[in-house]
Design a protein around this ligand. Structure first.
Ligand code: FMN
Length: 181
């Protein structure tokens, strides 16, 4: 079993990183974490080359990550909520999923033949609601042909960091148990 986890937090030891590491330790098989603040992933430039030929012409870390998206069994989008959205670098990196959309829409090609299981993990500790971030994450999971069945929220990190959020931790373990079956 291969799991790809997108980490949208800049904090190495923050709430999102904690829940990712809990999941990583509980999951069987291979786990690859894409750290969007540290990987060299440029944004989609809307050059529209992918409207004419399948795939993205940009030469950066996404080349390898596209193969991992196609091959994996599970995909997780894990991010802090910033102004009610996923973080900027997460949105920037995931804008590169546009080529999957363009292949379906203009070239009638499905570049991700294998359906995947999907999950969203969001951490927040402010006033902006997580609703928009959740909708965006679910939409982006669908672009990777992952079914966003699980949404795990830890939304009071200003009072309880995720490592003390027993409800969120229990949901992480339940997710791993389901995927490990
Ligand atoms: C620029 C910025 C914007 C934020 N906007 C929100 C928000 O709209 N809603 C919310 O609940 N928390 C918001 N927060 C709080 C973070 O989501 C919260 O601290 C989160 O737990 C950070 O996760 P991390 O420790 O994994 O990086 C914001 C934080 C920053 C730095």
């Amino acid at each position: 079993m291969k799991t790809l986890i997108w980490n949208g937090s800049p904090r190495k030891n923050g709430s999102t990183a904690y829940l990712i590491s809990e999941l990583e330790q509980a999951l069987n098989g291979e786990v690859r974490v894409v750290d969007v603040y540290r990987e060299a992933i440029g944004p989609c430039l809307d050059c529209r080359a992918c409207w004419k030929e399948p795939g993205c012409i940009r030469q950066d870390a996404m080349r390898e990550i596209y193969s991992e998206i196609i091959a994996c069994d599970n995909i997780v989008i894990a991010s802090p909520v910033y102004y009610s959205e996923l973080t900027g670098p997460m949105l920037s990196a995931l804008s590169r999923l546009q080529m999957f959309y363009a292949a379906r829409r203009f070239l009638k090609q499905e570049l991700v033949p294998k359906p995947k299981r999907g999950a969203v993990i969001l951490c927040g500790g402010g006033e902006g609601s997580a609703e928009t971030a959740e909708k965006t994450a679910c939409c982006l999971l669908r672009q990777m042909k992952a079914d966003p069945k699980h949404v795990i929220l830890s939304l009071r990190t200003d009072q309880i960091e995720s490592w003390k959020d027993s409800a969120a931790i229990a949901q992480i373990h339940a997710l791993a148990a389901e995927w490990n079956q």
